[in-house]
Design a protein around this ligand. Structure first.
Ligand code: SF4
Ligand code: SF4
Length: 466
């Protein structure tokens, strides 16, 4: 990967941000403060998406990237949702084809997927959509992962099969960016060691790069800090081409407050930047929590720009840092694509005043004590049928609402959000099978038990009031 020398090397949001370039088209459109509206998803975007400071194999990389963790399904839901969409919902391939083409036409050229996304269907759906777009393979950067989470996938033979399947599903004979997936996953460092070291998988990945079957080698990080530190300590050996981290204006300085096991994004970013490792950002919207209405965020941000959406603020934060290769966004709806293309065409870096407002918003949000669930669904399915994500999200929605509804209304909404057949909090056995899969290190049984207790109290309240 070549560093674009036209740009500076500042690593602080407070430093001046150099002017960026656009991937396609010559006439920059004015920065908009409201989402760009289009009638159909086939409408042209103008092709002005800003590129990052980096080029890969001669291609400037778009600052906005597509994360294929969630895809629209034919029943209007999305494919990560085990409990709410698993039975009936196939990925809406026609819609995805149109969306991917729209992104490419808008100048987005970074696509990130994994064998683990969308119940294992993401790679194949993305491969079909990229093929159908008519764009040349050399026009875009394709990233996928060695997602060997289950112990049966630890042996090297299973890792090799996973890679061969990725090539097949993505309809390609090489991967641009290959990642060790969520290196801090599991209870402790022993999981990383079993997944990548003891089985020789990491050395095999380095060989793949030497053979040109993968062009760049990196890792995505969540969880155990030791895995992150190990990778950086071995940078001389493995020469990481990039790293993917969870970064947004809440995790920037407060990830550790949310969970002592986390590392703040500021530390992750600055450490990588110091080593010259380009940063791919995941979870810029904290699993959607920074995009959904939240009075704490709106209170700080809306006065500064009444027309900007909360999502725009979150993207502008992430896109303001010069060592960012791309900012991944899961865009399941065409409106998301339209809005994001508008935000990044071109992206306006945050000013000092705006960074300060975002920090205040982060503090306010943390004071609400929401559960740090990003709706990734890695904890699903629950063997006892609980819709873990819907239950946690229900509690969060209550916490971020400015006006609290009555106990009766909360219970009514709870029953509607989590129908009986999906099993509510009272069915949790505390078996603990979900928690080790959670990249946010949430003690899921504890949170579910607390929600169950809250619901019990509301029920008592309703009974007491007759
Ligand atoms: S602890 Fe509760 S939510 Fe988690 S897997 Fe067990 S029953 Fe399901
Ligand atoms: S509880 Fe954890 S694993 Fe489950 S959806 Fe939320 S963040 Fe993902």
């Amino acid at each position: 990967m070549a560093r674009d020398r036209r740009h500076g090397s500042a690593t602080s949001p407070s430093n001046a941000i150099p002017t960026r370039t656009r991937t396609r088209g010559s006439n920059p459109s004015p920065t908009r403060t409201t989402p760009r509206r289009r009638r159909t998803e086939t409408a042209r975007t103008g092709g002005e998406t800003m590129t990052s400071h980096y080029a890969m194999d001669g291609k400037k990389v778009s600052l906005l990237g597509y994360g294929a963790m969630r895809m629209a399904t034919v029943d209007g839901k999305h494919a990560t949702s085990w409990a709410q969409g698993y039975s009936a919902s196939a990925i809406d391939q026609d819609l995805l084809n149109r969306q991917i083409k729209m992104l490419l036409e808008g100048g987005v050229n970074y696509f990130d997927t994994s064998p683990a996304y969308c119940r294992g269907e993401s790679e194949s759906a993305l491969g079909k959509a990229l093929k159908a777009s008519g764009y040349d393979r050399k026009d875009y950067v394709l990233a996928t992962k060695l997602s060997n989470f289950a112990p049966r996938q630890y042996p090297l033979a299973a890792c090799k099969k996973m890679f061969a399947d990725s090539l097949k599903f993505l309809q390609t004979d090489y991967i641009d960016n290959y990642l060790l997936h969520s290196i801090g996953n599991g209870k402790d460092f022993s999981t990383f060691s079993k997944r990548y070291l003891e089985n020789g998988a990491l050395d095999w990945c380095a060989d793949l790069r030497a053979q040109g079957k993968i062009r760049h080698l990196g890792f995505s990080y969540h969880g155990d800090p030791k895995a992150f530190e190990w990778c950086l300590a071995h940078h001389d050996t493995y020469k990481w081409d990039f790293a993917q981290i969870q970064m947004n204006y809440v995790d920037w300085r407060h990830a550790k407050e949310v969970n002592a096991r986390n590392l703040n994004a500021e530390y992750l970013y600055r450490t990588l930047a110091k080593l010259g490792i380009p940063v791919v950002i995941m979870e810029p919207l904290l699993g959607g929590r920074l995009a959904r209405y939240n009075y704490a965020l709106a209170h700080e941000l809306t006065p500064l720009d009444p027309e900007a959406t909360l999502a725009k603020w979150a993207f502008r934060f992430c896109g303001s840092f010069p060592k960012v290769l791309t900012v991944l966004s899961g865009m399941t709806r065409t409106e998301h694509i339209e809005e994001n293309l508008a935000t990044f065409s071109p992206l306006k870096p945050c000013s000092e005043k705006e960074f300060a407002a975002l920090e205040r918003a982060a503090r306010r949000m943390l004071s609400l004590n929401t559960i740090p669930c990003n709706s990734c669904n890695y904890c699903m399915p629950c063997p006892y049928g609980l819709d873990i994500v819907a239950i946690l999200q229900f509690r969060n929605n209550f916490l971020v609402a400015q006006t609290k509804p009555s106990a009766k209304d909360v219970l009514k909404a709870y029953r509607k959000a989590i129908p009986e057949e999906l099993r509510r909090a009272d069915h949790c056995t505390g078996c603990g099978r979900c928690s080790p899969h959670c990249p946010q290190s949430i003690d899921i049984p504890r949170e579910i038990a607390a929600i169950d207790e809250w619901i019990d109290l509301l029920e008592d309240d309703v009974v007491a009031k007759g």
